[in-house]
Design a protein around this ligand. Structure first.
Ligand code: TYD
Length: 139
């Protein structure tokens, strides 16, 4: 996915079941996301003004959901093109393909960033240095 670009990343509309006692959104392997979910994690209690991310992945695919509140995800494929998505609906997910630098910021108070991921945690899958990322994308 060295050649991936920010237009390979898209917002996916998740199904939303209305109920008078509250809504429910379901994500199923093979139906909702174009990868098998092997790990789920969530960011919460992010201090005001703090940013997260600041890295790319070599193989990992992710679906990022604002389970509560809102935040921005800025994607960058190293070509100078950036796309910023505001996530603020629990029934929408941003699909992020490998080879994309991402920054998450503008977390609202109480927001929860839910991430469904295609692989278990592997620090070797991360590119945390932006210069290294640019070299990786130019290979
Ligand atoms: P990181 O993915 O760098 O956070 P973010 O992109 O949200 O800013 O993860 C922060 C730290 O958390 C990382 O150094 C190791 C730990 N971590 C795990 O142990 N397992 C995981 O699945 C994740 C996502 C992070």
């Amino acid at each position: 996915m060295i050649k991936s670009n920010v237009y390979d990343c898209t917002m996916i509309e998740l199904d939303k079941h209305h109920h008078k006692k509250g809504n429910i959104t379901v994500v199923e392997n093979g139906r909702t996301v174009p990868f098998e979910v092997r790990r789920t994690y969530y960011l919460y209690d992010v201090p005001s003004g703090e940013s997260r991310g600041g890295h790319a992945h070599r193989e990992l695919r992710q679906l990022i959901v604002a389970a509560s509140g809102s935040f921005d995800v800025t994607l960058n494929d190293g070509t100078g093109v950036k796309r910023t998505f505001t996530l603020n609906r629990p029934y929408q997910g941003l699909l992020v393909v490998p080879g994309i630098w991402r920054e998450l910021n503008n977390f609202s108070s109480g927001s929860v960033c839910l991430v469904l991921a295609s692989h278990e945690y592997d620090e070797n899958d991360y590119i945390r240095d932006y210069g290294e990322f640019l070299v990786y994308k130019k290979r």
